[in-house]
Design a protein around this ligand. Structure first.
Ligand SMILES: CC(C)(COP(=O)(O)OP(=O)(O)OC[C@H]1O[C@@H](n2cnc3c(N)ncnc32)[C@H](O)[C@@H]1OP(=O)(O)O)[C@@H](O)C(=O)NCCC(=O)NCCS
Length: 166
């Protein structure tokens, strides 16, 4: 499998958390995780619509109880290109390899849907996300100054990253 290297890294820790496709019924949980992670939250209804859309690919990583979600990733695919719209892990569950496991699985889902190149945008000061993406071979392809508006009214630069899926 294409992402063996990352999956084997994840499997050196305690039993890997299961990842499953998102369903529209996950919208409320996903919106809550998202709202706790970003200055501007998205409504549950917006997530419900996005998850149900035919060009969306969503994955959720299960909490130890095997039912609730500890995190999710949501992307849009058009022809052989994908864009990661958002990825987040519940605050209390970060720093345990869940983001890495989720992204490894999600890139596999995107490849299975025909994506050959993946794009994303990340805030230049988001050290955790940058570390995650760089660890998966994403490279900076551009910058958008003042792209994000923060809660305090200031702006932040967006880094545009991309990587090929083999
Ligand atoms: C980004 C995010 C999904 C990472 O999830 P996570 O479960 O904490 O990540 P992991 O524990 O799998 O760590 C992934 C990598 O990031 C690194 N990392 C994690 N937190 C970090 C931090 N605060 N600072 C620097 N690096 C960090 C880890 O060391 C690891 O690197 P490695 O693979 O070289 O060991 C999580 O921090 C999050 O949900 N943030 C809020 C939402 C967000 O910013 N999403 C990205 C939007 S573009």
């Amino acid at each position: 499998m294409i992402f063996d290297r990352w999956l084997s890294r994840a499997s050196s820790s305690p039993p890997a958390a299961a990842v499953r496709p998102l369903a529209p019924a996950d919208a409320t949980t996903v919106a809550a995780i998202h709202a706790a992670s970003f200055a501007r939250g998205w409504e549950a209804g917006e997530f419900e619509r996005l998850i149900a859309a035919g060009n969306s690919v969503g994955d959720g990583i299960l909490a130890p109880d095997g039912r609730t979600l500890d995190g999710f990733a949501l992307s849009r695919v058009a022809a052989d290109e994908a864009e990661i719209l958002t990825i987040a892990v519940a605050k209390a569950r970060r720093g345990r390899g869940l983001g890495r496991r989720l992204l490894a699985h999600h890139l596999g889902s995107l490849a299975a849907r025909g994506a050959r190149r993946v794009f994303l945008e990340v805030e230049a000061e988001n050290a955790a996300a940058l570390a995650l993406y760089r660890g998966f071979g994403f490279e900076e392809i551009g910058r958008r100054q003042g792209y994000y508006r923060k809660a305090d009214g200031s702006t932040a630069t967006a880094i545009v990253m991309a990587r090929d899926l083999l």
